[in-house]
Structures are given as C-alpha cells and as structure tokens.
Write a protein that binds this ligand. Structure first.
Ligand code: HEM
Length: 146
C-alpha cells in the first residue's frame, strides 16, 4: 500500500520554511520602525538611500507637508513590494535572453569589464547594458499599465 503523507504535514513543513504574507509584513514594518528610531537616537548616522531621504523630510523637523513615521513605514513597505517582484522578473528574463544569445552576452561582458567601477554614475554610462535591459523589458514586460 502506498504511503500517503497527510496534507497537514505538508502544510506544516511548508509553513516552517516560508513566511506567511502577514509575517513578512510584520518583519518589514518592525525593521523599518527600528531603523527610524535608531536614526532618531543617532542623527549622525546618515545613509544614501530612500529611507534617509524620507527621514530628512520628517514632519517633526518643521518641514511643511513632511512625512509622519507611519507614512515613512508605509512608503518603505510600498517600495519593497513594488521593487521586489518587478526587478526579479526583469532580471530573470534578461539572463534568459543573454544565455540564449551568447554573442550579445559576450559584447555586454566586454563593456562591463571596461567599466571604471560599480558606482551608480559609472553603471549609468554603460550604453550597451542600458540597451540590453531596455530590449529585455520591451520583449518581456514584467508588468502592464492600464
Ligand atoms: C524593472 C523593474 C520595474 C518595473 C518593470 C516596474 C513597473 C512599474 C509599473 C508598470 C508601474 C505602474 C505605473 C503606473 O501605473 O503609472 C509601477 C509603479 C510603481 N513602482 Fe515600479 N517597476 C519596477 C521597479 C520598481 C522599483 C525598484 C521600485 C521601488 C524601489 C518600484 C516602485 C514602484 C512604486 C512605488 C510604484 C507606484 C507609483 C505610483 O503609483 O505613484 N518599482 N512600476
């Protein structure tokens, strides 16, 4: 007689490995809230990122129409939601296209090898990389607009 694994065991195993949407939401909210209070306690900590930009425009810094802590957390959550799947899907299609077009991959590799460094400004000047990504987004748009 075949051995059947009860469905609740499969669910239990799955839920041990992966977070539920609620747990992930709590993780993000807790981490961002912690980062906000850390930076409030230590204003000398400054990073170049979205969170810092929002913190620099907080309402209690006397800025008209500044952001409340709740709005900063909500925006950080939106950026993570909006930026995660879209970027992952775009990269997956781009790598698929590069693997299936090795001559393009080689040309791109040569351009990247010549790049000065990996800072944003240097990456922005890579014309062929820009063309590859744009073409990948044209062929396989990860999300549509209505
Ligand atoms: C290749 C990557 C991405 C693609 C293809 C993409 C695509 C889109 C599209 C089609 C929209 C809807 C625009 C509209 O309705 O007018 C959108 C909105 C948005 N995306 Fe992205 N996105 C990407 C990366 C990101 C990243 C990295 C972030 C965050 C860091 C992000 C955050 C957002 C947000 C916050 C909105 C809503 C903007 C608004 O309603 O004002 N996206 N994105």
């Amino acid at each position: 007689m075949p051995h059947h694994v009860p469905i609740c065991n499969i669910y239990h195993e799955f839920s041990q490995k992966f977070m539920t949407a609620g747990q992930l939401t709590n993780l993000i909210i807790d981490s961002v809230s912690k980062a906000i209070s850390e930076r409030r306690k230590n204003p000398e900590i400054k990073s170049k990122n979205f969170l810092q930009l929002m913190l620099d425009h907080r309402e209690d810094d006397g800025i008209v129409a500044g952001l409340s802590d709740e709005e900063i957390v909500a925006n950080a959550y939106l950026f993570i939601l909006g930026g995660y799947e879209s970027t992952a899907t775009s990269l997956a299609y781009t790598f698929y296209l590069l693997v299936t077009h090795p001559e393009i991959q080689e040309k791109l590799y040569q351009e990247i090898k010549k790049a000065e460094d990996d800072r944003y400004i240097a990456v922005q000047s890579l014309q062929y990389l820009n063309q590859v990504l744009t073409e990948s987004l044209r062929l396989y748009p990860p999300s549509g607009m209505q």
